[in-house]
Write a protein that binds this ligand. Structure first.
Ligand code: ATP
Length: 243
């Protein structure tokens, strides 16, 4: 039992949830190590949403709202951490939700799909094909889901697929704590923030943005600004520690 008074309570609860989710097959063991890399960057970022990440979240909300066919791609870690929050985002953004896994088995797709549906999420289901040109199973997707999407939100993505989606002409919103990852570098909007903070923020902006703001936010997007901001933020924090 983790006491609420623990200074790193939130982080420990997330770890506990992910570890428990390996037992149900929702999270893979590899997913735990991916989370560890994310945690290390979150530590460097002070475990809070920076002003720059908040702006990226606002732009992400605007992009989802103007999209013709928005899709949210969900993997095991995302399902374990933010199923309820994705259900809320789906309602407000009208995005389709699709399961997409690197370590894909029919059984795992079923377990994750059930968890998402239990939270009220409507899923794109049925046959998948290798519409995304990749040698691994993240290339499998639905025709009326990701294949037809113009804007895709990809929390905790791998760089190959983010790159392939961009090459297919899609706008990619990534949530990845690592500002140096290939995903962050290629994404249209890299959100350098923890997924449990980022998704509720995007939902909040979807509720409050007016059409003029949406227009203004989606006119010119410069993803590399968010990477520069995150690296600068980390650099300043490290200098402060030494002072
Ligand atoms: P790339 O291929 O983009 O260079 P990668 O090989 O590190 O990156 P993955 O192994 O798929 O990609 O890892 C996913 C990334 O998700 C991790 O690097 C980590 O930074 C990020 N991540 C993990 N957990 C979280 C989380 N809870 N919130 C936000 N980001 C996370």
């Amino acid at each position: 039992m983790i006491p609420e008074s623990h200074p790193r309570y939130r982080s420990l609860i997330i770890r506990e949830r992910l570890a428990a989710s390996t037992k149900t097959g929702v999270v893979s063991l590899e997913g735990l190590t991916a989370h560890g890399r994310g945690e290390a960057f979150d530590y460097l970022l002070g475990e809070k949403t920076t002003e720059s990440a908040l702006r990226a979240e606002k732009i992400a909300a605007a992009l989802l709202l103007v999209a013709r066919h928005p899709v949210i791609s969900v993997n095991g870690n995302t399902a374990a951490l933010v199923a309820k929050e994705i259900a809320e985002l789906q309602v407000i953004s009208k995005a389709r939700v699709e399961v997409n896994l690197f370590h894909r088995t029919d059984e795992r797709v079923k377990v994750i799909s059930n968890l998402l549906k239990d939270q009220g999420i409507t899923l794109v289901e049925g046959d998948v094909s290798r519409y995304i040109p990749l040698d691994h199973d993240r290339g499998l997707c639905h025709f009326d889901g990701m294949y037809s999407a113009d804007v895709i939100l990809v929390p905790l993505e791998d760089g190959d697929r983010a790159q392939a989606l961009i090459a297919m002409g899609k706008k990619v919103i990534a949530i990845d704590l690592n500002p140096l990852s290939r995903t962050s570098k290629v994404a249209t909007v890299p959100i350098i923030d923890e997924v449990t903070r980022a998704i509720p923020n995007i939902t909040h902006f979807c509720k409050e943005l007016c059409s003029e703001e949406i227009q203004e936010l989606t006119q010119t997007i410069n993803g590399s600004e968010f990477i520069k901001d995150a690296l600068e933020y980390i650099r300043e924090r490290l200098l402060d520690v030494l002072d």
